[in-house]
Design a protein. Structure first.
Lengths: 334, 384
């Protein structure tokens, strides 16, 4: 055990040391090779120019290498694999896509993903906005915000265990130790195995992600609310607008761009959600989602063709957001 | 916004009430986990965690010892036994010798047990079975009793889960993954971010656009190709294709787009004058970066470090795919998934295991919340 801790620290030392050595070394190297060597000024000017042309590539080179290997190349490779067979050896055309759209598991996943997409970003944004607005004006608001924010630090797996305990089910004869079933019994209802109730169990899983992401929405929207100009609020108060009117007619329109940002950020996260479904149901009882289906296709069925197909479909789903982000970045740059 | 003067007392009250309600809903699940993890494991499975502070009554069965345990006393023979674990503060409320005779006897007084013997059961669980003749039975008779169990808290669950369920080991493994996977990408990203913010080269905007695009690429796209690549490299160089090195590399690759984006935004917002005048004075970009930009960028570096640490610590997918499982490899999240499968009903193990995995990120988060929030704000504001 101690050995492994030492191993980790040695790794940090060598990895960081190695990187520093690369950056410092290569910068010193071009300074030395193309630096001032007493040559005539016009020659030295050319050398200076060449040196400053090379330097950016030293700065950005390692990052580009990593991005190419781990993200750019895989995007094209996955696209290719989605047209190849399970071993990635023979071209099969659209067979994997035809499989997908005829496969009940896949269709359930798409449907569930759509429900996740509608429910989670919307609920997290609404709760985040409500809490941000309400805690903005009370003296213990900071404590309240920290408590709401805390689940963001918890892993999806940890959160799944927390909520599995909340949803726990015991036979009707014994005392319920899960909070939800205890409340059901307290109101005179019959306890149920909540996780396996078809259709509705999806929402029980979504609640976990809403619980985690509300803090995120709250922080971003809270900052936006504090940025709403004071005079617009004062003016509307003078006019005799009520709190509710101010909120819906003054605050919301002004922070609308931020609401869109929060909504899209959570949307992207929802598409990739894997751990919660994997830990809670592993896709049983009609709760499959695309990310977990992809994992199952690859690591249970060993089919890189169908798995890549599912990944490509996920990728297509985030494409509009990606294009929008790049476009708005370009607009603000130029 | 300042406090509106037009707020009435009722609306203020409603506001407090709603916030209290929401905070309660958000906190209860975690509180339940925490309380349960320190409860006695038998109490945990028979009563809700919200009753943890109240005494709860249970009925149980105890088998008296065999004749071998008897000792000779002045007026015959005695078998002594203790119904509760040593140190328990539980009290017997009633007892009987048949399942349907639970309330037959009160603790304290000795009552006839059979023809030749008596049994005295003290409230603290000490049973004295006395007989004038020698005991000969080979199988102890059963005793049914009701008892009050006062709230019992201990760290036993933690001891168990750390020692025998592999969680202690998984903790170290997670640390081994998370620390290098946090610090290496920061360094690489900082250099790239500086180049994108302040250096002049062909394709600068193209790379920036590419990085913004890559932020949202689903991890799922990368898994299979990178795995195949590692397998190929592994078999040609004769090195394991799944190891700590591969998981560090993968986390570095996947973390870079957001890191570069965050740091570039921060660096680009630094005043242009200081960088340009330093450049005019003959400092190279490398000197400017190391001596001026890095120290100035510490808040942004800290923000990203927290992000990346939380992400690598909490990650399941990347570790499952690129590190695999095994004695010295399984990380905490994977260990918890395994426990969910094999010990799915042993909540004393799951709650304490989960809490151990949650503790570190929560401490990091609470102590560095300011930087985390700053990073969130910078990362989600669109525009390059």
């Amino acid at each position: 055990m101690l050995q492994q801790i030492l191993f980790a620290f040695t790794a940090i030392f060598f990895a960081i040391g190695g990187s520093i050595l690369f950056y410092v070394g290569s910068n010193l190297l071009i300074d030395k090779l193309l630096g001032d060597n007493g040559a005539p000024p016009e020659k030295q000017y050319r050398r200076d120019k060449l040196r400053e042309q090379i330097r950016p590539w030293i700065f950005i080179g390692p990052a580009l290498l990593f991005l190419s290997v781990f993200l750019v190349y895989p995007v094209f490779k996955s696209l290719q694999l989605s047209f190849w067979d399970r071993e990635g050896e023979n071209f099969v055309g659209l067979a994997n896509y035809i499989w997908a759209f005829g496969n009940a598991g896949f269709l359930t996943s798409v449907l569930n993903n759509l429900m996740w997409l509608l429910f989670v970003p919307t609920m997290a944004t609404i709760f985040g906005l409500t809490i941000a607005y309400m805690t903005d004006r009370i003296w213990w608001g900071q404590i309240a915000r920290t408590l709401i924010f805390l689940p963001m630090a918890i892993s999806f797996v940890g959160a799944s265990i927390i909520w599995k305990f909340v949803y726990d089910f015991r036979g009707p004869d014994s005392e319920q130790i899960g909070l939800v079933n205890a409340i059901i019994v307290w109101f005179g209802g019959e306890p149920r195995a909540l996780i396996s109730i078809l259709f509705w169990n999806n929402f029980l899983l979504m609640v976990i992600l809403v619980w985690i992401q509300t803090g995120f929405a709250m922080v971003i929207l809270g900052a936006a609310i504090r940025g709403v100009p004071e005079d617009t609020l004062e003016a509307s108060m003078m006019e005799g607008a009520s709190q509710t009117q101010i909120f819906f007619k003054i605050v919301i329109p002004q922070i609308w761009p931020t609401i869109v940002v929060v909504w899209t950020t959570i949307t992207i996260l929802v598409l990739k959600v894997f751990d919660i479904v994997y830990a809670m149901t592993n896709g049983q009882w009609g709760s499959q989602v695309l990310a977990n289906l992809m994992y199952n296709e690859m690591f249970r069925n060993g089919n890189s063709g169908t798995a890549s197909t599912v990944a490509v479909i996920l990728m297509l789903a985030v494409m509009p957001i990606m294009i929008y982000n790049i476009r708005s970045a370009r607009n603000s740059e130029q | 916004m300042s406090l509106g003067t037009s707020q009435t007392k009722t609306s203020l009250f409603i506001k407090h009430a709603i916030v209290i309600l929401l905070v309660t809903i958000w906190t209860l699940p975690t509180l339940g986990l925490l309380v349960s993890s320190v409860r006695d494991k038998d109490q945990l499975t028979t009563s809700g965690w919200w009753t943890a502070l109240t005494t709860n009554s249970q009925t149980e069965v105890f088998r008296l010892p065999t004749a071998e345990e008897q000792v000779a006393v002045a007026d015959g023979y005695e078998i002594r036994s203790q119904l509760f674990e040593p140190g328990a503060k539980s009290r017997i409320t009633n007892w009987g010798v048949r399942a349907d005779g639970l309330t037959d006897n009160q603790p304290g007084r000795a009552v006839p047990f059979d023809d030749s013997s008596t049994l005295a059961l003290a409230p603290d669980g000490t049973a004295v079975w006395h007989s004038k003749e020698k005991f000969t039975h080979t199988r102890g008779p059963r005793l049914f009793f009701g008892a009050d169990y006062p709230p019992q808290f201990s760290l036993d669950n933690y001891r168990e889960v750390l020692a025998s369920e592999g969680v202690g080991r998984a903790f170290i493994n997670t640390l081994t993954v998370a620390l290098p996977a946090t610090f290496v990408p920061i360094l690489i990203a900082a250099f790239a971010a500086y180049a994108l913010a302040w250096m002049d080269f062909k394709g600068r905007f193209f790379f920036l656009a590419m990085i913004i695009g890559l932020i949202v690429v689903p991890l799922q796209m990368s898994l299979i190709p990178v795995l195949k690549l590692f397998a190929l490299i592994g078999s040609t160089l004769d090195v394991p294709s799944k190891s700590y090195v591969t998981v560090w590399l993968a986390h570095t690759g996947f973390g870079l787009p957001l890191a570069i984006y965050l740091l570039r935004n921060y660096m680009a917002s630094l005043p242009r004058d200081i960088i340009e005048s330093a450049y005019m004075d003959g400092a190279t970009h490398f000197q400017i970066f190391v001596k001026m930009i890095l120290p100035l960028s510490m808040p942004a570096l800290a923000s990203f470090a927290i992000f990346q640490f939380l992400w690598t610590w909490n990650d399941l997918l990347v570790a499952a795919v690129f590190l695999g499982q095994g004695e010295g490899k399984t990380v905490m999240t994977q260990q918890l998934i395994e426990l969910l499968g094999s010990r799915g009903d042993n909540w004393e193990i799951l709650t304490s295991g989960a809490f151990i995995s949650i503790a570190i990120p929560v401490v990091v988060f609470l102590s560095l919340q300011k930087y985390f929030v700053r990073g969130l704000l910078a990362g989600s504001v669109k525009g390059g």
